[in-house]
Design a protein around this ligand. Structure first.
Ligand SMILES: *Cc1c(COP(=O)(O)O)cnc(C)c1O
Length: 441
Protein backbone atom coordinates (compact mmCIF):
# COMPACT_ATOMS: atom_id res chain seq x y z
CA UNK A 1 0.00 0.00 0.00
CA UNK A 2 1.37 3.42 -0.86
CA UNK A 3 0.24 6.93 -0.20
CA UNK A 4 -2.26 7.82 -2.88
CA UNK A 5 -2.10 11.04 -4.82
CA UNK A 6 -3.81 14.03 -3.29
CA UNK A 7 -7.14 15.38 -4.56
CA UNK A 8 -10.19 13.29 -4.00
CA UNK A 9 -11.78 12.10 -7.17
CA UNK A 10 -14.52 13.07 -7.75
CA UNK A 11 -16.96 13.64 -10.42
CA UNK A 12 -20.03 13.93 -8.25
CA UNK A 13 -19.49 13.47 -4.57
CA UNK A 14 -18.95 16.14 -1.92
CA UNK A 15 -17.48 14.36 1.11
CA UNK A 16 -18.37 15.28 4.72
CA UNK A 17 -15.91 16.92 7.11
CA UNK A 18 -13.32 16.98 4.31
CA UNK A 19 -11.23 19.73 2.75
CA UNK A 20 -11.20 18.30 -0.77
CA UNK A 21 -8.27 20.46 -1.83
CA UNK A 22 -5.84 18.84 0.59
CA UNK A 23 -7.43 15.48 1.37
CA UNK A 24 -6.04 12.16 0.23
CA UNK A 25 -8.14 9.99 -2.04
CA UNK A 26 -10.64 7.91 -0.06
CA UNK A 27 -10.38 4.13 0.04
CA UNK A 28 -12.93 2.34 -2.10
CA UNK A 29 -14.36 -0.22 0.29
CA UNK A 30 -16.11 -3.21 -1.21
CA UNK A 31 -16.67 -5.42 1.82
CA UNK A 32 -16.86 -5.40 5.58
CA UNK A 33 -16.05 -8.36 7.79
CA UNK A 34 -16.02 -8.08 11.59
CA UNK A 35 -13.46 -5.45 12.57
CA UNK A 36 -12.11 -5.31 8.99
CA UNK A 37 -12.94 -3.17 5.99
CA UNK A 38 -11.65 -4.53 2.67
CA UNK A 39 -10.89 -2.35 -0.36
CA UNK A 40 -11.20 -3.00 -4.08
CA UNK A 41 -7.61 -4.26 -4.26
CA UNK A 42 -8.32 -6.72 -1.46
CA UNK A 43 -6.33 -4.84 1.22
CA UNK A 44 -7.86 -5.11 4.68
CA UNK A 45 -7.99 -2.35 7.25
CA UNK A 46 -8.82 -2.59 10.93
CA UNK A 47 -11.69 -0.22 11.63
CA UNK A 48 -10.40 1.18 14.91
CA UNK A 49 -12.96 3.97 15.06
CA UNK A 50 -16.03 1.82 14.40
CA UNK A 51 -16.78 3.82 11.24
CA UNK A 52 -17.45 7.13 13.00
CA UNK A 53 -18.43 5.41 16.23
CA UNK A 54 -21.53 3.68 14.93
CA UNK A 55 -20.44 0.09 14.41
CA UNK A 56 -20.46 -1.83 17.68
CA UNK A 57 -20.68 -5.50 16.65
CA UNK A 58 -18.51 -5.52 13.53
CA UNK A 59 -19.25 -5.11 9.84
CA UNK A 60 -21.77 -7.23 7.93
CA UNK A 61 -22.87 -8.96 11.13
CA UNK A 62 -25.12 -11.85 10.08
CA UNK A 63 -27.64 -11.58 12.90
CA UNK A 64 -28.35 -7.93 12.13
CA UNK A 65 -28.22 -8.47 8.34
CA UNK A 66 -30.78 -11.27 8.58
CA UNK A 67 -33.12 -9.19 10.73
CA UNK A 68 -32.99 -6.42 8.15
CA UNK A 69 -33.68 -8.78 5.24
CA UNK A 70 -36.63 -10.33 7.00
CA UNK A 71 -38.15 -7.00 7.98
CA UNK A 72 -37.67 -5.54 4.49
CA UNK A 73 -39.70 -8.39 3.06
CA UNK A 74 -42.47 -7.95 5.62
CA UNK A 75 -42.97 -4.22 6.13
CA UNK A 76 -40.41 -1.70 4.89
CA UNK A 77 -41.96 1.51 6.17
CA UNK A 78 -45.15 3.17 7.23
CA UNK A 79 -46.20 6.58 8.35
CA UNK A 80 -45.59 6.68 12.13
CA UNK A 81 -48.54 8.83 13.14
CA UNK A 82 -51.89 7.15 12.50
CA UNK A 83 -49.94 3.87 12.26
CA UNK A 84 -47.57 2.03 14.56
CA UNK A 85 -45.79 -1.34 14.35
CA UNK A 86 -44.23 -4.01 16.50
CA UNK A 87 -40.57 -3.36 15.60
CA UNK A 88 -40.85 0.12 17.16
CA UNK A 89 -42.91 -1.05 20.15
CA UNK A 90 -40.64 -4.00 20.88
CA UNK A 91 -37.48 -1.96 20.51
CA UNK A 92 -38.62 0.63 23.05
CA UNK A 93 -39.71 -2.06 25.53
CA UNK A 94 -36.35 -3.76 25.26
CA UNK A 95 -34.35 -0.56 25.60
CA UNK A 96 -36.48 0.52 28.54
CA UNK A 97 -35.51 -2.70 30.33
CA UNK A 98 -31.82 -1.68 30.39
CA UNK A 99 -32.23 2.06 31.01
CA UNK A 100 -32.79 3.99 34.22
CA UNK A 101 -36.46 3.16 34.74
CA UNK A 102 -37.73 6.75 34.95
CA UNK A 103 -36.76 7.22 31.29
CA UNK A 104 -39.75 5.70 29.59
CA UNK A 105 -41.08 7.79 26.71
CA UNK A 106 -39.23 7.25 23.44
CA UNK A 107 -39.33 9.73 20.55
CA UNK A 108 -37.87 8.59 17.22
CA UNK A 109 -35.76 10.47 14.69
CA UNK A 110 -32.95 9.61 12.30
CA UNK A 111 -29.54 10.70 13.55
CA UNK A 112 -27.61 12.10 16.49
CA UNK A 113 -28.12 15.74 15.54
CA UNK A 114 -31.89 15.35 15.29
CA UNK A 115 -31.98 13.41 18.57
CA UNK A 116 -30.40 16.51 20.16
CA UNK A 117 -32.65 18.96 18.30
CA UNK A 118 -35.65 17.04 19.57
CA UNK A 119 -34.31 17.16 23.14
CA UNK A 120 -33.73 20.91 22.97
CA UNK A 121 -37.16 21.56 21.49
CA UNK A 122 -38.84 19.28 24.04
CA UNK A 123 -37.16 21.09 26.92
CA UNK A 124 -38.04 24.55 25.58
CA UNK A 125 -41.65 23.67 24.86
CA UNK A 126 -42.02 21.92 28.21
CA UNK A 127 -41.58 25.24 30.01
CA UNK A 128 -43.75 27.12 27.51
CA UNK A 129 -46.52 24.56 28.02
CA UNK A 130 -46.28 25.01 31.77
CA UNK A 131 -46.57 28.78 31.36
CA UNK A 132 -43.03 29.48 32.60
CA UNK A 133 -42.26 31.49 29.49
CA UNK A 134 -39.14 33.04 31.07
CA UNK A 135 -37.35 29.70 30.98
CA UNK A 136 -35.52 30.16 27.69
CA UNK A 137 -31.81 30.03 28.61
CA UNK A 138 -29.64 27.04 27.82
CA UNK A 139 -26.32 25.80 29.20
CA UNK A 140 -23.72 23.42 27.77
CA UNK A 141 -20.05 22.50 28.09
CA UNK A 142 -17.46 24.49 26.24
CA UNK A 143 -15.93 22.15 23.64
CA UNK A 144 -18.95 19.85 23.57
CA UNK A 145 -20.35 18.55 20.29
CA UNK A 146 -23.98 17.71 19.60
CA UNK A 147 -24.25 17.60 15.82
CA UNK A 148 -24.43 19.85 12.78
CA UNK A 149 -27.98 21.17 12.69
CA UNK A 150 -28.64 24.67 14.04
CA UNK A 151 -29.83 23.82 17.54
CA UNK A 152 -27.10 21.24 17.96
CA UNK A 153 -24.51 23.68 16.59
CA UNK A 154 -25.68 26.33 19.05
CA UNK A 155 -25.25 23.92 21.94
CA UNK A 156 -21.77 23.03 20.69
CA UNK A 157 -20.71 26.40 19.38
CA UNK A 158 -17.34 26.43 21.12
CA UNK A 159 -16.34 23.22 19.40
CA UNK A 160 -14.63 25.32 16.74
CA UNK A 161 -16.38 23.58 13.84
CA UNK A 162 -19.03 26.19 13.22
CA UNK A 163 -17.29 29.54 12.83
CA UNK A 164 -19.04 30.50 9.55
CA UNK A 165 -22.41 30.20 11.29
CA UNK A 166 -21.62 31.89 14.59
CA UNK A 167 -23.85 34.87 13.85
CA UNK A 168 -26.82 32.63 13.25
CA UNK A 169 -26.56 30.48 16.34
CA UNK A 170 -28.72 31.16 19.37
CA UNK A 171 -27.27 32.14 22.68
CA UNK A 172 -26.08 29.36 24.99
CA UNK A 173 -24.12 29.86 28.20
CA UNK A 174 -21.14 27.54 28.21
CA UNK A 175 -19.15 26.39 31.20
CA UNK A 176 -15.59 25.05 31.05
CA UNK A 177 -15.31 21.26 30.99
CA UNK A 178 -12.99 19.94 33.72
CA UNK A 179 -11.34 17.12 31.86
CA UNK A 180 -8.78 14.88 33.51
CA UNK A 181 -6.12 12.42 32.48
CA UNK A 182 -4.13 9.69 34.18
CA UNK A 183 -1.16 11.97 34.78
CA UNK A 184 -2.95 14.58 36.83
CA UNK A 185 -2.96 14.64 40.61
CA UNK A 186 -6.01 15.02 42.78
CA UNK A 187 -5.25 18.64 43.59
CA UNK A 188 -5.02 19.76 39.96
CA UNK A 189 -8.22 17.95 39.07
CA UNK A 190 -10.14 19.37 42.00
CA UNK A 191 -9.08 22.88 41.18
CA UNK A 192 -10.31 22.55 37.60
CA UNK A 193 -13.57 21.00 38.73
CA UNK A 194 -14.16 23.65 41.36
CA UNK A 195 -13.43 26.46 38.91
CA UNK A 196 -15.95 25.04 36.47
CA UNK A 197 -18.58 24.52 39.16
CA UNK A 198 -18.06 28.04 40.52
CA UNK A 199 -18.73 29.54 37.11
CA UNK A 200 -21.95 27.56 36.90
CA UNK A 201 -22.95 28.50 40.44
CA UNK A 202 -22.48 32.20 39.78
CA UNK A 203 -24.46 32.01 36.58
CA UNK A 204 -27.29 30.14 38.25
CA UNK A 205 -27.50 32.62 41.12
CA UNK A 206 -28.28 35.32 38.57
CA UNK A 207 -30.18 33.32 35.96
CA UNK A 208 -31.12 29.93 37.37
CA UNK A 209 -34.85 30.52 37.21
CA UNK A 210 -34.60 31.47 33.54
CA UNK A 211 -32.79 28.33 32.43
CA UNK A 212 -34.72 25.70 30.48
CA UNK A 213 -32.06 23.02 30.08
CA UNK A 214 -28.47 21.89 30.31
CA UNK A 215 -27.06 19.59 27.62
CA UNK A 216 -23.88 17.54 27.98
CA UNK A 217 -22.07 14.51 26.71
CA UNK A 218 -21.68 12.45 29.89
CA UNK A 219 -18.11 11.43 30.89
CA UNK A 220 -16.54 11.95 27.44
CA UNK A 221 -16.56 14.90 25.05
CA UNK A 222 -16.23 12.91 21.83
CA UNK A 223 -15.64 15.13 18.82
CA UNK A 224 -14.14 17.69 21.19
CA UNK A 225 -11.08 15.43 21.43
CA UNK A 226 -12.13 12.41 23.53
CA UNK A 227 -11.75 14.48 26.68
CA UNK A 228 -12.85 12.64 29.80
CA UNK A 229 -14.06 13.73 33.23
CA UNK A 230 -14.88 12.17 36.58
CA UNK A 231 -18.44 11.10 37.31
CA UNK A 232 -18.35 12.80 40.75
CA UNK A 233 -17.83 16.13 38.97
CA UNK A 234 -20.85 15.62 36.72
CA UNK A 235 -22.80 14.55 39.73
CA UNK A 236 -22.11 17.86 41.48
CA UNK A 237 -23.10 19.79 38.39
CA UNK A 238 -26.40 17.98 38.09
CA UNK A 239 -27.18 18.41 41.78
CA UNK A 240 -26.70 22.12 41.34
CA UNK A 241 -28.90 22.26 38.23
CA UNK A 242 -31.63 20.28 39.94
CA UNK A 243 -31.89 22.90 42.67
CA UNK A 244 -33.21 25.19 39.97
CA UNK A 245 -35.35 22.43 38.37
CA UNK A 246 -33.36 22.73 35.16
CA UNK A 247 -33.92 19.91 32.66
CA UNK A 248 -30.76 17.82 32.32
CA UNK A 249 -30.15 16.38 28.85
CA UNK A 250 -27.47 13.75 28.36
CA UNK A 251 -26.29 13.40 24.79
CA UNK A 252 -25.36 9.71 24.79
CA UNK A 253 -25.16 9.53 21.01
CA UNK A 254 -21.55 8.34 21.25
CA UNK A 255 -21.38 7.05 24.84
CA UNK A 256 -24.49 4.85 24.58
CA UNK A 257 -24.65 1.09 24.02
CA UNK A 258 -21.65 -0.08 25.99
CA UNK A 259 -19.03 2.33 24.75
CA UNK A 260 -17.95 3.51 28.22
CA UNK A 261 -18.16 0.04 29.77
CA UNK A 262 -21.79 0.21 30.93
CA UNK A 263 -24.85 0.17 28.66
CA UNK A 264 -25.17 3.91 29.12
CA UNK A 265 -22.70 6.37 30.64
CA UNK A 266 -25.46 7.74 32.88
CA UNK A 267 -25.31 4.48 34.88
CA UNK A 268 -21.94 5.64 36.20
CA UNK A 269 -23.36 8.90 37.52
CA UNK A 270 -25.58 8.95 40.59
CA UNK A 271 -27.81 11.83 39.56
CA UNK A 272 -29.91 10.95 36.54
CA UNK A 273 -30.80 12.98 33.45
CA UNK A 274 -34.35 13.94 32.45
CA UNK A 275 -33.72 13.31 28.76
CA UNK A 276 -31.18 11.22 26.91
CA UNK A 277 -30.29 11.24 23.22
CA UNK A 278 -29.30 8.01 21.45
CA UNK A 279 -28.17 7.17 17.94
CA UNK A 280 -24.83 5.90 16.50
CA UNK A 281 -24.59 2.39 18.07
CA UNK A 282 -28.38 2.01 18.24
CA UNK A 283 -28.66 -0.11 15.08
CA UNK A 284 -25.20 -1.61 15.44
CA UNK A 285 -24.07 0.79 12.74
CA UNK A 286 -26.33 -0.58 10.01
CA UNK A 287 -29.00 2.06 9.51
CA UNK A 288 -29.70 5.62 10.61
CA UNK A 289 -32.01 5.79 13.61
CA UNK A 290 -32.18 7.90 16.76
CA UNK A 291 -34.17 8.19 19.96
CA UNK A 292 -34.79 10.95 22.44
CA UNK A 293 -35.94 9.36 25.66
CA UNK A 294 -37.63 11.21 28.48
CA UNK A 295 -39.76 10.97 31.61
CA UNK A 296 -43.48 10.63 32.16
CA UNK A 297 -43.41 14.08 33.79
CA UNK A 298 -42.09 15.81 30.67
CA UNK A 299 -44.41 13.79 28.43
CA UNK A 300 -47.41 14.76 30.54
CA UNK A 301 -46.74 18.48 30.07
CA UNK A 302 -47.65 18.05 26.41
CA UNK A 303 -51.08 16.49 27.08
CA UNK A 304 -53.83 19.04 26.49
CA UNK A 305 -57.11 19.59 24.66
CA UNK A 306 -55.25 22.21 22.66
CA UNK A 307 -53.35 20.65 19.72
CA UNK A 308 -50.70 23.39 19.77
CA UNK A 309 -49.45 22.05 23.11
CA UNK A 310 -48.49 18.78 21.41
CA UNK A 311 -44.93 18.21 20.29
CA UNK A 312 -45.37 19.03 16.62
CA UNK A 313 -42.16 17.50 15.34
CA UNK A 314 -41.47 14.49 13.12
CA UNK A 315 -39.52 13.21 10.14
CA UNK A 316 -40.59 11.27 7.06
CA UNK A 317 -38.70 8.16 8.14
CA UNK A 318 -39.57 8.38 11.83
CA UNK A 319 -39.59 4.94 13.45
CA UNK A 320 -38.58 3.11 10.26
CA UNK A 321 -39.35 -0.60 10.84
CA UNK A 322 -36.22 -1.89 9.09
CA UNK A 323 -34.01 0.35 11.21
CA UNK A 324 -35.95 -0.70 14.34
CA UNK A 325 -35.42 -4.37 13.46
CA UNK A 326 -31.71 -3.76 13.05
CA UNK A 327 -31.73 -2.07 16.47
CA UNK A 328 -33.52 -5.03 18.07
CA UNK A 329 -30.95 -7.43 16.58
CA UNK A 330 -28.16 -5.17 17.82
CA UNK A 331 -29.80 -5.14 21.28
CA UNK A 332 -29.73 -8.99 21.32
CA UNK A 333 -26.00 -8.91 20.68
CA UNK A 334 -25.35 -6.09 23.15
CA UNK A 335 -27.10 -7.90 25.99
CA UNK A 336 -25.41 -11.22 25.25
CA UNK A 337 -22.98 -11.91 28.15
CA UNK A 338 -20.17 -12.43 25.65
CA UNK A 339 -20.31 -8.78 24.72
CA UNK A 340 -19.64 -7.75 28.32
CA UNK A 341 -16.60 -10.05 28.29
CA UNK A 342 -15.38 -8.39 25.11
CA UNK A 343 -15.84 -4.92 26.61
CA UNK A 344 -13.68 -5.95 29.57
CA UNK A 345 -11.08 -7.51 27.30
CA UNK A 346 -10.80 -4.36 25.17
CA UNK A 347 -10.51 -2.22 28.28
CA UNK A 348 -7.69 -4.36 29.70
CA UNK A 349 -5.82 -4.38 26.39
CA UNK A 350 -6.19 -0.59 26.08
CA UNK A 351 -4.70 -0.18 29.56
CA UNK A 352 -1.73 -2.18 28.47
CA UNK A 353 -1.43 -0.09 25.33
CA UNK A 354 -1.10 3.06 27.41
CA UNK A 355 1.68 1.44 29.40
CA UNK A 356 3.43 0.42 26.19
CA UNK A 357 3.13 3.97 24.87
CA UNK A 358 4.37 5.59 28.04
CA UNK A 359 7.33 3.30 28.36
CA UNK A 360 8.52 3.78 24.78
CA UNK A 361 7.26 7.24 23.82
CA UNK A 362 6.91 9.22 27.04
CA UNK A 363 8.30 12.42 25.46
CA UNK A 364 5.56 12.41 22.84
CA UNK A 365 2.53 10.89 24.55
CA UNK A 366 0.64 13.36 26.75
CA UNK A 367 -2.65 13.32 28.66
CA UNK A 368 -3.22 9.54 28.51
CA UNK A 369 -6.84 8.60 29.24
CA UNK A 370 -9.16 5.64 29.08
CA UNK A 371 -12.79 4.74 29.73
CA UNK A 372 -14.54 1.53 28.70
CA UNK A 373 -13.51 0.75 25.13
CA UNK A 374 -12.08 4.22 24.41
CA UNK A 375 -8.39 4.96 24.81
CA UNK A 376 -6.88 8.34 23.91
CA UNK A 377 -3.76 10.47 24.23
CA UNK A 378 -2.40 13.71 22.83
CA UNK A 379 0.72 14.20 20.79
CA UNK A 380 3.26 16.55 22.39
CA UNK A 381 0.76 18.77 24.15
CA UNK A 382 -1.45 18.39 27.22
CA UNK A 383 -4.08 20.42 25.36
CA UNK A 384 -6.16 19.32 22.40
CA UNK A 385 -5.38 21.14 19.20
CA UNK A 386 -7.82 20.41 16.39
CA UNK A 387 -5.75 22.30 13.85
CA UNK A 388 -2.65 20.22 14.42
CA UNK A 389 -0.79 20.25 11.07
CA UNK A 390 0.29 16.64 10.85
CA UNK A 391 -3.17 15.12 11.30
CA UNK A 392 -3.82 14.38 7.61
CA UNK A 393 -0.40 12.89 7.16
CA UNK A 394 -0.84 10.70 10.22
CA UNK A 395 -4.24 9.46 9.03
CA UNK A 396 -2.64 8.42 5.77
CA UNK A 397 0.29 6.73 7.51
CA UNK A 398 -2.17 4.68 9.55
CA UNK A 399 -4.03 3.68 6.40
CA UNK A 400 -0.81 2.59 4.68
CA UNK A 401 -0.33 0.31 7.66
CA UNK A 402 -3.80 -1.20 7.45
CA UNK A 403 -5.39 0.86 10.22
CA UNK A 404 -8.34 3.20 10.07
CA UNK A 405 -7.66 5.82 12.74
CA UNK A 406 -8.71 9.45 12.45
CA UNK A 407 -6.95 11.62 15.02
CA UNK A 408 -8.94 14.64 16.22
CA UNK A 409 -6.16 17.16 15.70
CA UNK A 410 -3.33 16.08 17.99
CA UNK A 411 -5.56 13.64 19.89
CA UNK A 412 -5.19 10.04 18.83
CA UNK A 413 -7.92 7.72 20.02
CA UNK A 414 -9.12 4.17 19.43
CA UNK A 415 -12.78 3.24 19.64
CA UNK A 416 -13.07 -0.22 18.09
CA UNK A 417 -16.07 -2.47 17.44
CA UNK A 418 -16.67 -4.85 20.35
CA UNK A 419 -15.95 -7.93 18.23
CA UNK A 420 -12.29 -6.97 17.81
CA UNK A 421 -9.88 -9.64 19.05
CA UNK A 422 -6.86 -9.36 21.30
CA UNK A 423 -4.55 -10.22 18.39
CA UNK A 424 -6.10 -7.55 16.21
CA UNK A 425 -5.72 -4.99 18.99
CA UNK A 426 -2.04 -5.81 19.56
CA UNK A 427 -1.41 -5.73 15.83
CA UNK A 428 -2.80 -2.19 15.84
CA UNK A 429 -0.95 -1.10 19.01
CA UNK A 430 2.41 -2.22 17.67
CA UNK A 431 1.83 -0.56 14.32
CA UNK A 432 0.82 2.69 15.97
CA UNK A 433 3.87 2.72 18.22
CA UNK A 434 6.15 2.02 15.28
CA UNK A 435 4.57 4.75 13.18
CA UNK A 436 4.96 7.30 15.98
CA UNK A 437 8.54 6.23 16.60
CA UNK A 438 9.40 6.49 12.95
CA UNK A 439 7.87 9.95 12.63
CA UNK A 440 8.91 11.54 15.88
CA UNK A 441 12.10 9.98 17.24
C1 LIG B 1 -21.90 12.16 16.37
C2 LIG B 1 -22.54 12.87 17.48
C3 LIG B 1 -23.70 13.63 17.28
C4 LIG B 1 -24.29 13.84 15.93
O1 LIG B 1 -24.76 12.66 15.38
P1 LIG B 1 -25.02 12.55 13.80
O2 LIG B 1 -25.65 11.23 13.64
O3 LIG B 1 -23.65 12.62 13.17
O4 LIG B 1 -25.87 13.68 13.41
C5 LIG B 1 -24.28 14.23 18.38
N1 LIG B 1 -23.77 14.09 19.60
C6 LIG B 1 -22.67 13.35 19.83
C7 LIG B 1 -22.16 13.20 21.22
C8 LIG B 1 -22.00 12.73 18.78
O5 LIG B 1 -20.90 12.03 19.01
Amino acid sequence: MKICSKNLDDQNIWYPFTQAKTAYKPLTIVKGDGAYLIDKDNNSYLDLISSWWVNIHGHSNKHIANAITKQAQTLEHTIFATCTHSPAINLCQKLHSIMPSHLKKFFFSDNGSTACEVAIKMALQYWQNLGQTNRINLISFSGGYHGDTFGAMSMGKDSGFFTPFNKFLFNVFSIPFADTNLHEDEETIEKKENDSITILKNYLQQNGKNVAAFMAEPLVLGAGGMRMCRSSYLNKIIQLLKKYEIIVIFDEVMTGFGRTGTYFACEQIEEKPDIICLSKGLTGGFLPLALTVTTQKIYDAFLHEDNSKAFLHGHSYTGNPIACSAAIASFDLLTNPRTKENLNLIHDCHKNFLEMLLSSLSRIVKAPRIIGTIVAFNLFDEENNYNYKKTNYLKQKFIENGLIVRPLGNSIYLLPPYCITKDQLYFAYNKIINILKELFT
